[in-house]
Design a protein around this ligand. Structure first.
Ligand code: HEM
Length: 528
């Protein structure tokens, strides 16, 4: 940058000496410009980041300083895919204002970044919380105590395994069954928007699973989470939130107000509350967060629990139910894991075993394909100590304090890993069936819908069980007319999964649901 300015000045001086530009005006202008150039050079020295030759290659934006920032805001997660398509770099350094950002595209380097102890997600959790949850500096100071985030990590990951996980799954699945069983044999339900219909059923089930009998989440309060979801990143930036995102601020206030009495009454200590909710609250209480404030701080949990689960459910559901041949194959597999018994009162009981369904090849392939195609998360880490990561393309120095990102879509939609058509929105469950050892090897590290390393999403098995539960009972026991697959928009910033954009392909969101012929008398339940 500085050298190109100097070069420009030198060329002008040469032109003056040569007499090729001897006008007095030019000389005057140049004299006046010299101090300005000097200031620019000085500013450049202090404002522009420096690069070590061992760092990833630098990719300068067309518009200096702010070019990459503008592209990121405009293109969202699509920015990483575009950059990779144009440059095909395994990793690069993007100068931004007076800082820089590393962007990784190689699966091996992404895996290394996720596993590295010197790269951390924790600073983002804390910084995000301040704006997104409306916390005070006091709260963030408490969270920043050495070792606290490691304790949170331990609680999060140990509480979503074994019996705690099973209990959560069972509660959620029972709630889903209740909603479907309520659809009578003689009625048909007209649904205006299939995404919203699924969203409302699943949100309630997840809240029930997390908060137990004292679950505070009303329909209204759940709707507020979805209003918040759309604008959470504006809040996270923490600049004039009431002005820039008043709807999200109001939604957050409403949701946090609903949570407050739950925490003030210490319902989180109850046995029927999910261990992740209980464990986090106790940990936070122990470092000095009051019960009154826990409802505010813990608002992050219901949000992360539904914001990616439900879009994943929607894409799995719509891609299967809109294709009769796929629906038929999925139905066969579900039937195989379902027991039907008389209830002694003239009705039948249908029990779907979700753990067995999780092993069925075609159903799993459809779920995987939906996750591959529609998950476009952006991975984030901060370099805590200078560190080196490497792959076959070379070794790269990552310097302390720099942020690192990767776009999941760059890997998930790369035909080099997933075969022809993988870079278009072509849903092909066949990609997941009969995969050769060679293909398996090529795909290693290229499927990362849940992130990885010590921050690997702890909710992935819960989400899978609930999503399979709802779709499997629907597939076997109900007829759904009019299901279409819409176009999609990038995920909202801070979330992982693309959102439906009905208007893009003129698709209709409305569907009609009725009991399937021959299955009208079945009451559904799940084993997990
Ligand atoms: C299909 C559904 C889901 C998807 C696609 C998803 C995706 C993700 C991703 C990409 C991350 C970041 C991981 C990283 O940076 O390495 C994450 C983290 C997390 N997710 Fe999920 N998630 C889902 C469901 C859930 C559910 C149901 C819960 C809770 C009930 C949950 C709780 C969390 C938590 C607490 C973290 C932070 C983990 C940490 O910092 O160690 N997620 N998730």
């Amino acid at each position: 940058m500085a050298s190109s300015i100097l070069q420009g000045v030198a060329e002008q001086c040469q032109a003056l000496r040569d007499g090729s530009s001897n006008s007095q005006t030019t000389a005057l202008l140049l004299t006046a410009a010299l101090p300005l150039l000097f200031i620019l050079l000085l500013l450049g020295k202090f404002l522009y980041p420096t690069f070590d030759p061992r760092e990833p290659p630098v990719l300068y934006p067309r518009v200096p300083f702010i070019g990459h920032i503008i592209s990121l805001v405009r293109e969202k997660s699509g920015f990483y895919a575009r950059l990779y398509k144009e440059k095909r770099m395994p990793i690069c350094t993007l100068p931004m204002l007076n800082g820089k950002l590393y962007v990784i595209n190689s699966p091996t380097l992404i895996s290394a970044a996720m596993r590295s102890r010197d790269l951390s997600f924790d600073p983002f959790s804390i910084e995000f919380a301040e704006g997104a949850l409306g916390l005070t500096k006091e709260h963030t100071k408490l969270f920043s105590q050495p070792g606290f985030m490691d304790e949170v990590n331990k609680v999060i990951h140990s509480s979503m395994t074994g019996d705690s996980l099973k209990q959560m799954m069972a509660r959620g699945l029972a709630d889903i069954a209740g909603k479907l069983n309520a659809i009578g044999a003689k009625e048909s339900v007209e649904v205006e928007n299939s995404f919203v219909w699924l969203r409302d059923i699943m949100s309630k089930a997840v809240m029930w699973a997390l908060y137990g009998e004292k679950n505070p989440w009303t329909e209204d309060a759940i709707a507020a989470i979805w209003d918040y979801d759309e604008n959470v990143m504006i809040l996270a930036m923490n600049m004039f939130p009431s002005l820039l995102a008043p709807k999200a601020v109001a939604a957050r206030a409403k949701a946090q107000a609903v949570m407050k009495p739950f925490y003030v009454a210490r319902h989180y200590e109850r046995e029927d509350v999910a261990a992740i909710i209980r464990g986090r609250a106790i940990l936070e209480r122990d470092i000095g967060i009051s019960d009154e404030d826990l409802g505010r701080v813990e608002f992050t949990m219901p949000w992360v629990a539904i914001t990616n689960t439900i879009p994943t459910l929607f894409w799995f559901f719509s891609n299967v139910f809109s294709r009769p041949e796929y629906l038929e194959r999925v139905r066969e597999e579900i039937l195989d894991v379902t027991t039907i018994a008389e209830d002694g009162k003239g009705r039948r009981l249908g029990r779907i075993d979700i753990t067995k369904l999780e092993k069925k090849p075609f159903t799993t392939a459809c779920y995987q394909e939906a996750s591959r195609l529609y998950n476009d998360a952006v991975g984030n880490r901060r370099v805590m100590q200078d560190t080196i990561i490497k792959d076959a393309s070379g070794e790269y120095l990552l310097t302390k304090g720099t942020n690192v990102q990767w776009g999941v879509g760059v890997l998930h939609m790369n035909p080099a890993f997933w075969g022809p058509g993988a870079d278009t929105f072509h849903f092909e469950p066949g990609r997941w069936m009969e995969v050769s050892a060679e293909e398996e090897r090529k795909r290693r590290g290229a499927m990362i819908p849940f992130g990885g390393g010590k921050h690997l999403c702890p909710g992935r098995s819960f989400a899978l069980a609930e999503n399979l539960g709802l779709t499997s009972a629907l597939a076997l026991g109900y007829d759904l007319e009019g299901v279409q697959v819409p176009g999609c928009d990038p995920p909202y910033m801070g979330t992982a999964v693309r959102r439906p954009a009905w208007e893009k392909q003129g698709t209709s969101s409305s569907i009609r649901i009725s009991r399937r012929k021959g299955w009208e008398d079945v009451t559904w339940s799940f084993a997990n």
